[in-house]
Design a protein around this ligand. Structure first.
Ligand SMILES: C[S@@+](CC[C@H](N)C(=O)[O-])C[C@H]1O[C@@H](n2cnc3c(N)ncnc32)[C@H](O)[C@@H]1O
Length: 489
């Protein structure tokens, strides 16, 4: 196993307190022959993952697992590779500014393999405890193996970066806080400006709160389990998995580490992995007061089945039946797997066909969940690359689809029934605007139900209602949005 931890050198500039380090660069001064892979498998794995994300549009969480498995890396090597991969991908925009300045070149003028190796190298220099000489030498070795002609260039760029502390780089390259506070936050906390602006808008313009959110977005989230009602109890499950019961959801357990798929409770279908915020919004739909029949529930965007798994387990205890709709066939199959043994019927079809398909008649359901496809800006903690991949141009087609699905849901629900509209994005265009436009265009009369009392008592920071926005920095959950509408005619 390669050793990576080292005490932080005194006076080494602002670095992450718990970042990995390398105690001694055993290769210092020794150059490998061109074309040979560098000796450090963790850095090689991180490079392969970052390159695959940029070259093949891969998802880091998926591709890194395959790479680590293929290279047989585990323990501290795997942890170091993960930290380098995720940290580099999160900080990309800021690292690119620094590399461009240090090299005097546009990033587009640097060969992609050398560019990705430099990004990993700059991350080690500025955000970890890896000693500078190790970061420089290992990066030059890596560049020598992936872009042999660029080793001298990489050496010069890395040395230039290493001569300035992170604070000084940020002071030089970030816009001033007074003149451009959003631009300043974007560079300091590694988010594109348009995303910072959208978060600030959803937080009522409070930039200090926005900064807290951005900081939280750069942390790896705790894994949450959902103890399926009727199959597991959260307190007992917490004991079983050496976790702790969640702060808000009665079904939540926070894991202290380890691989969830190895847990017996997951294998046996007593629990599934699910962010606590997702549990809360799904349970809120079922907590809304309802007069009359309460046995036909609809989940209009079900794949891969996280919320259907919770709703289906509650339906089993309340004598209800769930229709779960999912347009992507492979995701519909995942819903089937996630709801095995539950009173759930999965329909692999377009949720917008309400009223046009006999399986989805109008005015037929008592409770409907629309967990709409969205930008996912509320779960950036989980997908390190997605903040740089998402673009404002993604919004118009997504919001059109969201509106159409909400209209379909309002037609599918019976008068007196309730619809929960949910997104894992706090962007106002995907939340408030979609809800008000969807309700207006649906052609049915609706009232907003105050969603706050549908969440556990005493939850802080729920705002003025009637909709609810959860936040990573306030609730430790993804930034889930919830609006509950009752059809009145
Ligand atoms: C945010 S995800 C739902 C997550 C899911 N509720 C869960 O908790 O696991 C949105 C889902 O909607 C599906 N979808 C997109 N367009 C759809 C449509 N027109 N009809 C039905 N499902 C759709 C996507 O394939 C995706 O699986």
């Amino acid at each position: 196993m390669t050793e990576h931890r080292a005490p932080r050198p005194h006076g080494a500039g602002p670095r992450r307190p718990s970042g990995p380090g390398h105690p001694r660069d055993q290769r210092s001064g020794r150059a490998p022959r061109a074309g040979r892979p560098p000796s450090d498998p963790a850095r090689q794995a991180a490079y392969e993952a970052v390159a695959a994300v940029h070259r093949d549009d891969a998802y880091a969480n998926l591709v890194l697992g395959e790479i680590l498995g293929g290279m047989g890396l585990h323990g501290r090597d795997a942890a170091f590779a993960t930290e380098l991969t995720y940290g580099t991908l999160r900080a990309l925009g800021t690292l690119d500014l620094i590399i461009a300045d240090a090299s005097g070149r546009e990033l587009s003028q640097i060969d992609p393999p050398a560019r990705d190796a430099l990004r990993l190298g700059a991350y080690q220099l500025l955000y970890t405890r890896v000693p500078s000489h190790a970061a420089v030498n290992q990066t030059v070795d890596l560049v020598r193996s992936v872009a042999p002609g660029a080793a001298g260039f990489a050496n010069a760029v890395m040395r230039t970066i290493s001569e300035t502390s992170l604070d000084d780089w940020l002071a030089k390259l970030a816009p001033s806080h007074d003149e451009d506070p959003v631009g300043n936050l974007a560079v300091h906390h590694h988010h594109p400006e348009w995303i910072v602006r959208s978060f600030a808008e959803a937080l009522g313009g409070d930039l200090e709160d926005t900064a807290r959110l951005l900081i939280e977005d750069n942390q790896a989230p705790v894994v949450h389990l959902c103890a399926r009602p009727g199959r597991a109890d959260a307190v007992e499950l917490a004991d079983e998995v050496n976790g702790v019961p969640g702060a808000f959801s009665p079904y939540a357990v926070y894991l202290n580490g380890g691989a969830p798929r190895e847990l017996a409770a997951i294998r046996e279908g007593r629990a599934h992995v699910q962010d606590e915020g997702s549990q809360l919004v799904a349970a809120a739909l079922l907590a809304a007061p309802l007069e009359g029949r309460d046995t036909r529930w609809l989940d209009l965007c079900a794949g891969p089945g996280g919320k259907t798994g919770l709703i289906g387990a509650i339906a089993a205890g309340r004598g209800a039946e769930v229709t779960a709709v999912e347009v992507a066939e492979h995701r519909a199959r995942l819903v089937e797997q996630a709801t095995e043994g539950m009173p759930v019927t999965v329909l692999p079809m377009d949720g917008r066909s309400v009223g046009r398909d006999p399986d989805l008649p109008e005015e037929a359901f008592d409770r409907v969940l629309v967990d709409a496809p969205c930008t996912g800006l509320g779960s950036l903690r989980r997908r390190p690359e997605s903040r740089w991949r998402r673009q404002p141009a993604d919004l118009p087609p997504l919001t059109k689809l969201q509106r159409e699905l909400l209209v379909a849901a309002l037609r599918a629900v019976r008068p007196g029934g309730v619809v929960a509209y949910v997104t894992c994005s706090p962007h106002m265009v995907e939340t408030q605007v979609t809800v008000s436009e969807g309700a207006r265009r649906s052609g049915v009369e609706v009232d907003f139900v105050d969603a706050r009392p549908l969440l556990p008592p005493g939850m802080p920071g729920l705002g003025p209602g009637p909709t609810v926005q959860l936040w990573p920095h306030r609730h430790g959950t993804d930034a889930m949005f919830l609006a509950v509408l009752r059809r009145t005619s």
